[in-house]
Each structure stands twice: as structure tokens, then as C-alpha cells.
Design a binder for this molecule. Structure first.
Ligand SMILES: Cc1cc2nc3c(=O)[nH]c(=O)nc-3n(C[C@H](O)[C@H](O)[C@H](O)COP(=O)(O)O)c2cc1C
Length: 215
């Protein structure tokens, strides 16, 4: 059976993007090993993501309080269920993203806010707390940044993206992602080159873990 990889592409920079370029390398190498690879490419800047307000937001609160959904809320909730289905249907997940102002681009946060929903991707019980509803599967995050975060903050700027993505994916059940830092992407050319080569090597090493998921 073909391996289904969900690729969430969060840089808007197309071919100029370091994270997208590294993701393309990963997919190419993956396809070398697995010619049947089926990639669901979710381009976060092209995708029509519904705003989290109005009927959609009231649907979320209705689910949380156990109230029945009205017609508009049910329609909005169905759209969300479709987005979550793309995650549920994936054997493994690749997220390629830049760091923007210590965190992730707002469109990627938008997508995470949409797919993190009660009754669909997590449940809450006052006795036992929160429980993820999705099954664990391999996930890799390629994180491009002008700074070098391999040993801590870069020029005083923290990396809040890695910790946030780790928690966000764990919360809904995907499990602990492997975070591949791809920085610095600015400054000294040799350091950029080394960082890119290291990231590329770590991505190659992730292919085996992704492939095991579908077996
Ligand atoms: C709005 C914005 C905010 C940024 N904030 C940070 C930051 O906090 N830390 C950092 O190291 N780089 C920051 N950068 C630089 C990008 O992370 C860097 O250019 C990276 O290579 C972009 O990823 P991409 O090449 O995949 O698009 C920022 C870039 C933009 C456009």
C-alpha cells in the first residue's frame, strides 16, 4: 500500500525558501525508496482556511458544552472535520516552516487552531484531564531560521517554535516530532552551508522512521 505523507508547507517563499527546499529534498529521497509515495501537499498560504469565529467558534463551544449544533454550526464543523481527516489519513507528517518572531508563521498557527478540536482531535474529562484522539505517527519538522538555535538563543532571540510544535502535535496524539533545525540561513556563507548539509543529513536519516509507519 502506498505511504501517505502529509506535507504542511508553511513558508510563503516558494523556491527561495530554505525549509521548502529541504522538504523537497526529503520527499525526493523518500520517493527514491518508496516510488508509491503519495504526498498530500497542504500549502498553508494557498489553502482557504476558515476563520475561527462566527458559526465555527460557536460550534466549538457547543461541542465543549454538549449542546446540539445548529445548521450553520454543523456546516462549519464539517469543514473542520475535513481538515482533521487529512491528518488522520496520513501515515506520517512533514511540516516545513520558518521561525517568525520567535514562533511560527500565523497561518501555521491558524491551521493548528483549526485542527485542535474537542471530540475530533482531543477529548476532555474532568476526572482524567485531556486525552488525544489521533493515533501516533512519525512527524518531522524542518525549522528554518536566520539565527542558529543549535546551542540556545540566537543573539538574544529564543526559539519558541520548537517547544510549541512539540506540544501542539503531542496534544492531539501525533506524538513527539523530530525537529530538524535548518539555521542559520543568513550571515556567514560557510556556516549556512554547514547547517543546510547537517539538516539534509538528518532528514535522510528520518526516512526510515517514516517508512516504518505504514508497515
Ligand atoms: C516576519 C519574519 C520574522 C522573522 N523572525 C525571525 C526570528 O525570530 N528568528 C530568526 O532566527 N529568524 C527570523 N526570521 C528569518 C527567517 O526565519 C529566515 O529567513 C528563514 O530562512 C525563513 O524560512 P524560509 O527560508 O523557509 O522561508 C524572520 C523572518 C520573517 C519574514
Amino acid at each position: 500500500m502506498a505511504h501517505r505523507l502529509l506535507h504542511v508547507e508553511a513558508s510563503p517563499r516558494g523556491e527561495a525558501s530554505v525549509s521548502t527546499t529541504l522538504a523537497a529534498h526529503f520527499i525526493q529521497r523518500f520517493r527514491d525508496d518508496e516510488p508509491q509515495l503519495d504526498v498530500d501537499r497542504l500549502r498553508i498560504w494557498e489553502e482557504q482556511l476558515p476563520d475561527l469565529h462566527g458559526a465555527l467558534l460557536s460550534a466549538k463551544y457547543a461541542v465543549l458544552s454538549g449542546r446540539d449544533l445548529d445548521r450553520a454550526e454543523a456546516g462549519a464543523w464539517d469543514r473542520i472535520a475535513g481538515l482533521i481527516e487529512r491528518v488522520r489519513g496520513a501515515d506520517s507528517i512533514l511540516i516545513s516552516t520558518p521561525i517568525w518572531n520567535f514562533g511560527i508563521p500565523y497561518r501555521l498557527k491558524h491551521w493548528i487552531d483549526l485542527i485542535t478540536q474537542p471530540g475530533l482531535s482531543f477529548a476532555f474529562d474532568p476526572q482524567s484531564g485531556y486525552r488525544p484522539l489521533l493515533l501516533p505517527r512519525p512527524a518531522t519538522v524542518v525549522l528554518a531560521s536566520s539565527g542558529d538555535y543549535s546551542t540556545g538563543p540566537s543573539w538574544g532571540r529564543p526559539d519558541l517554535a520548537s517547544g510549541y510544535l512539540r506540544e501542539a502535535l503531542r496534544f492531539i496524539g501525533i506524538g513527539e516530532p523530530e525537529i530538524v533545525l535548518a539555521g542559520p540561513t543568513a550571515g556567514d556563507a560557510a556556516r549556512q552551508q554547514t547547517a543546510r548539509a547537517e539538516a539534509s543529513g538528518r532528514l535522510d536519516a528520518r526516512i526510515a522512521a517514516h517508512r516504518r509507519a505504514a508497515q
